[in-house]
Design a protein around this ligand. Structure first.
Ligand code: ZN
Length: 72
């Protein structure tokens, strides 16, 4: 399952950090952050609950970049 989320982040460097954090989150198969469009595309593992996984993704992203936001 794939879902797209709107994000807010100040620069491409931080966007890359968010992408790395999202990829490391349990339940995430793959994640791509596009700084130009401020979108995060997430592919979830089979059976993963996107809502629960995205809470962990947001938490992980906040750790690497305090000022980022993901609109869930
Ligand atoms: Zn930045």
């Amino acid at each position: 399952m794939k879902k797209s989320y709107k994000i807010d982040v100040d620069c491409a460097n931080c966007a890359a950090k968010m992408e790395e954090a999202a990829k490391k989150t349990a339940g995430v198969k793959d994640a791509v952050v596009n700084f130009m469009t401020l979108k995060m595309n997430v592919e979830f593992e089979d059976g993963a609950d996107p809502k629960a996984v995205m809470q962990d993704v947001l938490c992980g992203c906040k750790k690497v970049e305090e000022d980022c936001e993901i609109y869930l």
